[in-house]
Design a protein around this ligand. Structure first.
Ligand code: S3P
Length: 172
C-alpha cells in the first residue's frame, strides 16, 4: 500500500442501498487514494452474488467477504463493504481498529434505490419490507463498528463524500 493510501484508509458500512459505492467512489477520488468495493472483488473472482448465494449459501459468501475485507485493508484506500459484512464477528473485529463511516438511509428514501437491483436477500415481494427487517437486525452492529455516521437520504452524494473527506483528514 502507498503511504498516502495507508494514511487515509477508511471503511464504509451500512445497509443495502445506503450509497456506500457512490459515496465511496467520490471520497476516494477527492482523497487521491484507490477505491475498493469488496462486492466487486468477490464478483470478479467468484461470479455473480445471487449465484454464490444460490449454489454455495450465505455462510460461504460471508467467508469470501471476510477474506475480501482482509485483503482490502492490506491494500488500503476507501473501502466499501456489502451491507451484511458486519454480521460476521471476525469482520467486525477487524473493523474495530479502522476509521469506519456508517452510512444511513431512511425507509422513505430507500424505495427508489432498491428498484431493479439483484440483491438475493431482497428478492421476491416487498423488497422494502425485507430491507427494513434486515436493517433492524443489523443496526446495532453498524453502530458497534462506526466511528461516525452520515445520513444519505436527502443530500447529494458528492456533498456527503466531501464531509467524509474533511472528517478523515482531521483524523490523519
Ligand atoms: C448484502 C448486501 C449486498 C451484497 C449481498 C448481500 C447484505 O451489498 O453484499 O447482496 O447482506 O446486506 P450492498 O450493501 O452493496 O447492496
Amino acid at each position: 500500500m502507498t503511504s498516502e493510501a495507508e494514511h487515509l484508509t477508511l471503511v464504509l458500512v451500512g445497509p443495502m442501498a445506503a450509497g456506500k459505492t457512490s459515496v465511496g467512489r467520490r471520497a476516494a477520488r477527492r482523497l487521491g487514494v484507490p477505491f475498493i468495493d469488496t462486492d466487486k472483488r468477490i464478483v470478479a473472482e467468484h461470479g455473480p452474488i445471487p449465484e454464490i448465494f444460490a449454489t454455495r449459501g450465505e455462510d460461504s459468501f460471508r467467508e469470501l467477504e471476510r477474506d475480501a475485507v482482509v485483503k482490502a485493508l492490506e491494500d488500503g484506500g476507501v473501502i466499501s463493504l456489502g451491507g451484511g459484512a458486519v454480521t460476521d464477528e471476525k469482520t467486525r473485529r477487524l473493523l474495530h481498529t479502522q476509521p469506519v463511516v456508517f452510512l444511513t438511509v431512511s425507509e422513505d428514501a430507500v424505495g427508489d434505490r432498491l428498484r431493479g437491483g439483484n440483491r438475493p436477500l431482497l428478492a421476491g415481494d416487498d423488497p422494502v419490507e425485507k430491507w427494513k427487517r434486515i436493517y433492524a437486525e443489523r443496526r446495532g452492529w453498524y453502530e458497534e463498528v462506526a466511528s461516525i455516521t452520515f445520513d444519505t437520504s436527502r443530500r447529494p452524494m458528492q456533498r456527503i463524500a466531501d464531509e467524509i473527506v474533511a472528517w478523515r483528514r482531521e483524523q490523519a
